[in-house]
Design a protein around this ligand. Structure first.
Ligand code: SF4
Length: 465
């Protein structure tokens, strides 16, 4: 029961006899980026081999399946549906079985001009198999009149708008591509003579590959028998739009994203939070997992002891059936348990990464009180969320975001905390490595770096299956 869902995770392997196994492991590390479906496509010199399914990587793949995905190159995808429903037909990688250019594609992000593109392509006779925006990219590539594969891809990239990190595979190449604003992360790794692309560096760590660098915004990295080649398909931008929420919440703390280790960024956010909103308390507790690093920073900055006060259960299956009564409350208890002996009789600071609707936070605060906490001071390591995301993150309807309904004082009263403090936008942005103008912060500020025309996640969906 995650409050805000991630979008997708990508992985690609080139020139290794274990391409599918390493892709499986890469996806395993990227599971937090999408839990609904996953897939791997490999190429063995003659045939493209595919296996895709609904569920977690460990549920969809076993040793037998992986052994069938033969070849020295493979790409993989974990998905949460940010556009299109979560049906199997929308699982990725997508594949075009064409004599001229057989092509597999995996996409992370969200196109903001998908409706216009789909209408235009359908007007020209295109037939779509999925309701996801990613398929549009394949259609645009296949319809291009350019002669070279590179030319076709560049022509397609110039027609799409929004957030996209892509991993593509042809018969002899694996490619990593980032949109011109760089919304979503994508990095390159190397191990001996093999090259890899991955959404986050934690996937490279697991397979023992060295992270070389990020795919740059507006860059195509082409990996083939000649090694690695870079093609810039747009003019360099003055402004980028790295998703700030990757640092606050989405990415794994052990990943290096946008040039920084996520754990260390979160620790800085916690320090800044302590500076902006100090609290008179006995201990500091982080809400696992993404609140932990910020809590550590808060504790260090304020000189208060950091304590483990909440234990998270990581083993909740997707199909867990909850009792109907008090469903929500039970769901929170199922996932988090509070250490009574740690909080009893104490004034506690609880550091969390965000408040969305407020329901979960409210239940948790009540549990702290039930366990005997004397005072509960809640600190949030980013500003209040007031706007939706159209670049690949699934926020609830902005009307349901608590910060749109209530002032901070009212939220404080609703949650039943002794005090509440959000990190300021300026404070958050100054904890990052790059200048503030390099980050998207639209879900807090409403300042969208790429103009939005259509906000409907299911805009391409006509027949729900
Ligand atoms: S709106 Fe928020 S979640 Fe979406 S890309 Fe921008 S910073 Fe990230």
């Amino acid at each position: 029961m995650r409050r805000i869902k991630e979008y997708c995770g990508l992985f690609g392997a080139y020139n290794t006899s274990d391409a599918s196994l390493l892709t499986f492991l890469g996806l395993y590390s990227l599971q937090h980026r999408g839990e609904e479906s996953c897939g791997i496509i490999s190429f063995d010199g003659t045939t493209f081999n595919a296996h895709l399914g609904m569920g977690l990587v460990s549920e969809v793949f076993d040793a037998e399946q992986i052994a069938k995905l033969k070849g020295h190159q493979a790409i993989g995808h974990v998905r949460y549906s940010t556009t299109g429903s979560s049906a199997l037909r929308n699982a990725q990688p997508l594949f075009v079985d064409s004599n001229k250019l057989p092509l597999a594609l995996a996409h992370n992000g969200n196109l903001i001009n998908s409706k216009e593109l789909r209408e235009s392509l359908e007007g020209k006779g295109a037939i779509f198999q999925t309701t996801s925006d990613s398929e549009l990219i394949l259609h645009l590539i296949m319809r291009s009149k350019e002669k070279s594969t590179e030319g076709k891809i560049i022509e397609a990239l110039k027609k799409i708008k929004g957030a996209f990190s892509l991993v593509l595979m042809t018969k002899d190449e694996v490619m990593g591509i980032r949109d011109p604003m760089g919304f979503r992360p994508l990095c390159i790794g190397k191990k001996d003579e093999s090259l890899f692309v991955a959404s986050e560096s934690c996937a490279l760590d697991l397979i023992g590959a060295q992270r070389i660098r990020e795919v740059e915004p507006g860059e195509i990295v082409i990996i083939n028998k000649n090694g690695l080649r870079s093609v810039k398909y747009t003019e360099p931008k003055k402004k980028y739009a790295f998703c700030a929420f990757e640092h606050v919440y989405f990415s794994r703390p052990d990943s290096m994203v946008f040039g920084e280790t996520v754990h260390l960024v979160r620790e800085k956010l916690g320090r800044q939070l302590a500076f902006e909103h100090p609290a008179k308390a006995d201990i500091v507790i982080g809400v696992p997992d993404s609140g932990t690093s910020a809590a550590l920073g808060f504790a260090r900055e304020s000189g208060l002891p950091f304590e483990v006060g909440i234990i998270r259960n990581h083993y909740i299956g997707r199909t867990f059936i909850q009792p109907q009564q008090e469903k929500r409350e039970f769901g929170v208890k199922l996932k988090f348990n509070i250490l009574k002996e740690v909080v009893k009789g104490k004034r506690i600071v609880v550091v969390d990464d965000s408040i969305v609707r407020g329901t979960t936070s409210r239940i948790r605060v009540r549990s702290f009180r039930d366990m005997g906490a004397k005072e509960v001071h809640l600190r949030i390591s980013c500003p209040p969320h007031r706007f939706g995301c159209f670049y690949g993150i699934d926020f609830p309807d902005p009307k349901k975001l608590i910060a749109n309904e209530k002032t901070t004082k009212e939220i404080e009263a609703y949650l039943g905390v002794d005090s509440l403090g959000y990190l300021s936008l300026e404070g958050m942005l100054k904890c990052f490595k790059h200048p503030a103008s390099s980050y998207c912060n639209a879900c807090w500020s409403g300042d969208y770096p790429v103009k939005i025309k259509c906000a409907d996640k299911f805009v391409l969906e006509r027949v729900k299956k």
